[in-house]
Design a protein around this ligand. Structure first.
Ligand SMILES: Cc1cc2nc3c(=O)[nH]c(=O)nc-3n(C[C@H](O)[C@H](O)[C@H](O)COP(=O)(O)OP(=O)(O)OC[C@H]3O[C@@H](n4cnc5c(N)ncnc54)[C@H](O)[C@@H]3O)c2cc1C
Length: 371
C-alpha cells in the first residue's frame, strides 16, 4: 500500500502559550506546521493574569515592550498586616497579555507556521499513519493538543482529562494609582479565597485585581474589592475588563499521548498545583515537544512522548501541599504567622526559589529604574 502524503507535518490545536511556542520551534526546525485557533485572534479574550516568572521570560526572550518588572511580593494577612519579600537580581514580569500573544503569533508565522483563526477543532481520527482532522479537513503526521484545560483533542483520542480545578476571577482596572506598582500584592484569606490567594498585579497599562479559589468554592471577588477599598480606592478607578477561567490543579493527565498525538500545556495538566502557574511549563514543554516531534519526523528519532516522559513534572509534593491548602488554613493562623521567620522562609522559597534577602524593600528598590 502506498504511503499517504500529509497536508502538514504538524498540526497544533490552540494558539496560546504552548501552541505558539511549539509552532515557532517546529517551523524553525523545518517542519510544515499549521496552528488552528478557535478565537478570531490569539490576543482576543485573554483568560490569564499573565504573570511570568523570569525563567519563563528567558525561555522565549519576551520583549521588554510588553512587560513590566515587578520587584517583589507584598504578602498580606486577612487584617492587611503584611511583609515584603524580594531577591536582588530577580524580578517577575507582568505583561500586556494581548500584545504578548500577538507577538508570539507573529514569531510563529515569521518562522513559517500557518495560523488559521476562527476555526474550532471538533474531531479527528488516526488512519494509515496520519491524523485526519474533521474541521478543518486536513491531515498531518503529528498532532499537538495545546487547547487548554478542557481539551477537545483529549476527547477525540480518549486521552486523560483534567478533573481538578481552581477557579479564577479577575477585574482589570485603569487608574488604580494607590497600588504600589513595584510589588505584586498577594492576600492570604481563607474566607475570601479558600484554597488560594487574592492578588493585585500592576501591569504595563492596567492593574489586575483577582482571586482564585478551590473548585467547590465561589470566588468572592466583589467581597475582596469591598474589603480592600481603603487600600486601593477602586471607586476612583475604572474597570475596563473582567475575566474568569479554570486552572487545572490535579497534575499531569494520564495518558497524555497516543500514537501520533500528544497533549501539552493546560490540556496535559502541566500547571503547578501549588502556585497555579502554567505559563512557564507551557513555554518549556511547548519547545521540548516541538524538538521531539521534529527529531521523530525528520530523523527517525523515538516517539515524542518517549522523549518527554522522563522530563515531565509529576508534582508529587506540590499535589500534597495543594490538598492541604484545599482544607484552608484558618485566618487566625495567617495572622499569627505573618512577618515570622518560618512564613518568610516558606514564602521566599515559593516565590523566589530560595533566593532571597532580608532588609528593607524600600532601600533595595530606591536605585532601580521604574519600568
Ligand atoms: C484567571 C487565571 C489567571 C492565571 N494567571 C496565571 C499567571 O499569572 N501566571 C501563570 O504562569 N499562569 C497563570 N494562569 C494559568 C495559565 O493561564 C495557563 O496555564 C496557560 O494559559 C496555559 O496555556 P496553554 O497554551 O496550555 O492553554 P490556553 O492558554 O488555555 O490556550 C488554549 C488555546 O486553545 C484554544 N482552543 C481551545 N479549544 C479549541 C478548539 N477546540 N479548537 C481550536 N482552538 C481551541 C483557545 O481559544 C486558546 O487560545 C492563570 C489562569 C487563569 C484561569
Amino acid at each position: 500500500m502506498s504511503q499517504q502524503v500529509a497536508d502538514y507535518d504538524l498540526a497544533i490545536i490552540g494558539a496560546s502559550f504552548a501552541g505558539l511556542v511549539a509552532a515557532r520551534s517546529a517551523a524553525l526546525r523545518g517542519l510544515n506546521v499549521i496552528i488552528i485557533e478557535a478565537k478570531s485572534d490569539p490576543g482576543a479574550r485573554i483568560h490569564t493574569t499573565g504573570i511570568v516568572v523570569r525563567e519563563a521570560a528567558e525561555t522565549v526572550d519576551i520583549p521588554h515592550f510588553v512587560t513590566k518588572r515587578i520587584r517583589g511580593i507584598r504578602l498580606y494577612a486577612p487584617s492587611f498586616k503584611h511583609m515584603d519579600l524580594f531577591a536582588p537580581g530577580y524580578a517577575f514580569l507582568t505583561t500586556d497579555m494581548a500584545a504578548l500573544m500577538r507577538w508570539l503569533a507573529d514569531e510563529a508565522t515569521r518562522a513559517g507556521a500557518k495560523l488559521v483563526c476562527s476555526t474550532r477543532f471538533t474531531s479527528a481520527r488516526r488512519e494509515n499513519g496520519l491524523v485526519h482532522l474533521e474541521t478543518p479537513a486536513i491531515s498531518a503526521r503529528y498532532l499537538l493538543g495545546c487547547d487548554g484545560a478542557k481539551s477537545q483533542v483529549a476527547d477525540a483520542f480518549g486521552l486523560g482529562k483534567n478533573t481538578k480545578f481552581l477557579i479564577g476571577l479577575e477585574a482589570e482596572y485603569k487608574g488604580l494609582d494607590a497600588v504600589d506598582p513595584r510589588l505584586l500584592h498577594c492576600f492570604l484569606d481563607s474566607a475570601i479565597a479558600p484554597g488560594y490567594i487574592a492578588w493585585a498585579a500592576p501591569g504595563p497599562a492596567v492593574t489586575q485585581i483577582g482571586l482564585a479559589t478551590k473548585g467547590d468554592a465561589k470566588p468572592a471577588l466583589q467581597k475582596f474589592i469591598e474589603k480592600s477599598e481603603h487600600l486601593f480606592h477602586y471607586s476612583k478607578a475604572e474597570i475596563v475588563e473582567r475575566r474568569s477561567g479554570v486552572i487545572p490543579c490535579g497534575g499531569l493527565v494520564r495518558p497524555y499521548a497516543c500514537d501520533g498525538v500528544m497533549l501539552i500545556g493546560d490540556s496535559a495538566g502541566l500547571v503547578s498545583p501549588l502556585t497555579a502557574g502554567g505559563i512557564k511549563l507551557s513555554f518549556e514543554f511547548g519547545r521540548k515537544a516541538a524538538h521531539a516531534v521534529a527529531d521523530h519526523l525528520l530523523n527517525g528519532g523515538p516517539t515524542p512522548e518517549t522523549v518527554l516522559d522522563g522530563d515531565l513534572p509529576r508534582f508529587h509534593i506540590k499535589s500534597r501541599l495543594r490538598q492541604a491548602l484545599n482544607f484552608g488554613p484558618p485566618n487566625w493562623m495567617y495572622e499569627l504567622m505573618i512577618g515570622t521567620p518560618p512564613l518568610r522562609a516558606i514564602a521566599q522559597r515559593l516565590y523566589f526559589h530560595r533566593r532571597g534577602s532580608g532588609g528593607s524593600f524600600d532601600d533595595f528598590s530606591k536605585n532601580l529604574s521604574e519600568s
